[in-house]
Design a protein around this ligand. Structure first.
Ligand code: ADP
Length: 448
């Protein structure tokens, strides 16, 4: 019973821990990856400043300035200079293979980032108008676009910026700096987070199971005490109940009481004691089943004999209630089971069928071998069970119609006991029912 609770508790712990790990992992990775490029970005911005300073120094002559700009840029950088039309004016890389211009180098595949970058920069700045002429008013401004891109499988941090003079784009620069080191650090972080997370989850699962075990100890102890108490109380109640009943019966048999008005009251005491006795007996059975002190005494038996025996026993009650019965026994059906308990199961199902069927109705019992199992079916044409109650009828003290409970004489524990008996025999029990049309209980047990 606590096995499921333990697993559920542990699973919940692992789920919460996993979500926290995931959240932390994403946060750590996000912060790390947004900071890891800051060094490269600062350097690229610095180079942009250098390039602009150089251009200002030279009075803005891009083609000439570029050579000097390149001189100011460290060797590990690559740089391109485009015209506004996209043609490469100058490059630090003679193969034009850093970022391929999308106007001139059309034979090459165009890396999307650089194409987008160029588009963005061009759209932001391009304006139809006369190109800058020496001697024109010279107000220089730039708009940059910074991103990471892969070129020839090598990761680059790329800064694309255009230089506009009096609002007209005159040149576009693109600087790239390899960020292979940063990328591999990020890849290592990903691996670390993945395996660290997996290991964390594994440890969390083990720790959760251990903690769930510890947390459940007091609960299961309290539960066991509760069960023991129910078993002890039921047991202790039996003797005084038997005494009350015996005394009341003696009183009833006494001639003067039987004929006096008190006779009615004594009769009521006997009936109530009888009901209480049954309930205490049922409670004791369930409490002992819970504490696992009720052991089955199994032996091979023919299920048909058991059914016809119980049917015979109940025949008188059925006749007195005006209910017809029908038994169908089909071939030998051998099971390994506890005769007393299986008899009790049959009594519960048949007694219910008779209890909840009105006069003129019919109760059918059949036993046969089906799919290698012994199948017992008890069906009636009685009041049936409403669909909303069906999932609960095997619960302890559950009754569909509480108003009728006293009149029926039931304890509300019969089907709970029936289910326990079936489960103890490694079988299954199910019910189909329709209000006003009857019920059908089916029990499947392993055969020999
Ligand atoms: P009880 O002692 O009240 O019969 P059970 O545990 O045997 O308790 O059954 C639980 C409830 O299921 C009953 O109160 C009754 O409402 C319903 N029930 C059981 N068997 C039948 C049946 N054959 N037809 C209709 N209702 C049934």
């Amino acid at each position: 019973m606590f096995k499921n609770a333990r697993l559920r508790l542990a699973a919940l712990n692992v789920l919460v821990f996993g979500l926290l790990l995931l959240l932390l992992g994403f946060a750590a990775y996000g912060i790390f990856s947004s900071h890891i490029y800051s060094g490269a970005d600062a350097e690229l911005r610095h180079d942009e400043d250098l390039a602009l300073a150089q251009l200002r120094l030279e009075g803005y002559a891009p083609t000439m300035a570029f050579g000097n700009v390149l001189k100011a840029i460290p060797n590990e950088y690559r740089a391109l200079l485009f015209s506004p039309a996209g043609s490469v004016l100058e490059t630090s890389d003679t193969n034009c293979n850093l970022i391929v211009t999308f106007y001139t180098c059309q034979d090459y595949p165009v890396p999307p980032t650089s194409k987008d970058g160029l588009h963005t920069v061009l759209q932001q700045n391009s304006r139809a108008g006369a190109a800058w002429q020496p001697g024109d008013a010279f107000t220089m401004s730039t708009i940059g676009d910074l991103r990471t891109d892969h070129f020839q499988r090598e990761p680059y941090r790329v800064l694309t910026f255009s230089v506009a003079v009096d609002g007209t784009v005159n040149s576009i620069f693109q600087f790239g700096r390899t960020v292979a080191g940063e990328e591999s650090a990020l890849a290592e972080l990903r691996i670390l987070l993945f395996f660290g997370g997996a290991l964390g989850l594994l440890l969390a699962a083990v720790a959760s199971l251990f903690l769930a075990d510890r947390a459940l100890v007091p609960i299961s102890q309290a539960f066991a005490r509760q069960r023991q108490f129910t078993a002890d109380a039921s047991h202790e109640l039996r003797t005084p109940l038997a005494l009350i009943r015996a005394n009341a019966e003696m009183l009833y048999r006494h001639e003067s009481t039987a004929t006096s008005p008190d006779g009615e009251l004594v009769g009521e005491i006997i009936r109530e004691t009888e009901h209480l006795n049954r309930m205490v007996g049922d409670l004791l059975t369930l409490a002992r089943a819970d504490t696992e002190s009720l052991k089955l005494i199994s032996k091979p038996l023919d299920f048909r004999n058991l059914v016809s025996g119980v049917h015979e026993d109940l025949q008188t009650i059925a006749t007195s209630r005006g209910i017809s019965t029908n038994v169908s026994l089909d071939g030998r059906v051998m099971v390994l089971g506890d005769e007393t308990r299986l008899r009790q199961l049959l009594l519960i199902l048949l007694d219910n069928a008779l209890k909840y069927t009105d006069s003129g109705g019919e109760v059918k019992v059949s036993v046969r071998k089906e799919d290698g199992r012994a199948r017992l079916v008890v069906s009636d044409t009685g009041i049936g069970i409403p669909p909303k109650d069906l999932p609960h009828i095997f619960e302890r003290f559950y009754r569909v119609d509480r108003a009728r409970e006293h009149e029926s004489g039931g304890t509300g524990l019969g089907l709970a006991i029936a289910r326990w008996i079936v489960q103890a025999h490694h079988g299954s029990i199910k019910v189909d029912s329709e209000s006003g049309r009857g019920s059908r209980f089916q029990v499947d047990l392993p055969t020999l």
